[in-house]
Design a protein around this ligand. Sequence first.
Ligand SMILES: Nc1ncnc2c1ncn2[C@@H]1O[C@H](COP(=O)(O)OP(=O)(O)OP(=O)(O)O)[C@@H](O)[C@H]1O
Length: 306
Amino acid sequence: MIRFENVSIAYDRKSKPALDDVSFDVQRGEFVFLVGSSGSGKSTLLRLVLREHKTPHGHIYVAGQNVASVPSWRVPKFRRGIGVVFQDFRLIQTKTVFANVAYAMQVLGKSRAAIRVEVPRVLELVGLEDKGRRLPTELSGGEQQRVAIARAIVNQPGILLADEPTGNLDPTTSAGIMEILDKINQNGTTVVMATHDDDIVNSMRKRVIELKHGKVVRDENAAQYTSMIPVVPAAGAAKMDDAEPQTRRQRIVSAAAARDAANDSLPPRLERRRGPDPVPPADNPAGAATGTDATGNAKTTIEDHK
Ligand SMILES: Nc1ncnc2c1ncn2[C@@H]1O[C@H](COP(=O)(O)OP(=O)(O)OP(=O)(O)O)[C@@H](O)[C@H]1O
């Protein structure tokens, strides 16, 4: 369904390639996570699938078409076969939920009758059947992302690309979004999702393609996120070598426990002098959130083609 053959691309001559000799093959109906640190090339890869750039090296095939050979005037039609979901939802704030989803059909010239049938169907699929008259500003973040997903799939694309779709959502809401993406995948849509969320990757156990400096460093089925961030063992916990791999949230808890244990062991005088911790914890949630913010740059450069 999506095939990359030795694809390389650099944004300018002086910079290192954003993708470097990337090859993989995603079969129809697969669910694939794209992981890798910020700047590793995930969004660039998704943009190439959408033919936002032409690749100077290598070949890309999407649904059997050589993407480079799609003439410019046919690119909009080519993109209709691909739904896209972003971290920041990108809904039209002045339109209702129903109208946001309907708009994706209107721009393709679909009939009112079709819109009356299809929009309620996808709103029900994402669990928003009773929210059609609301404006995006009257919805939670998770609900807004559901609208964005409904809009992305209403024209029944064969492929759904999701670039950090849970990046702005809390863990519970994210889990709900993943249930919907999983359901869409089980209905036959190929899903490729770029994410930094190790909890989600570890819970879904799907194929993982990991990028590092633009290269594929791992392509594994039923895989975990396998973060390289070192575990800070709590006092009395198993040695690092023996420890199970931990999720980001578990690491935060471990690090906090280790700090608490260190504080407990200080004599009272030292504890009084110690004051605030001068070094931020190795794995603090605020730092992680900042990292996530840095990804917004790439995300806002992919255009929504709905
Ligand atoms: N429009 C652009 N112009 C120049 N360089 C770019 C552009 N977009 C991305 N890059 C560079 O290409 C490389 C890959 O970026 P990309 O956005 O694909 O990474 P990413 O893995 O999606 O990162 P993140 O997780 O932060 O979204 C980075 O070095 C980045 O700085």
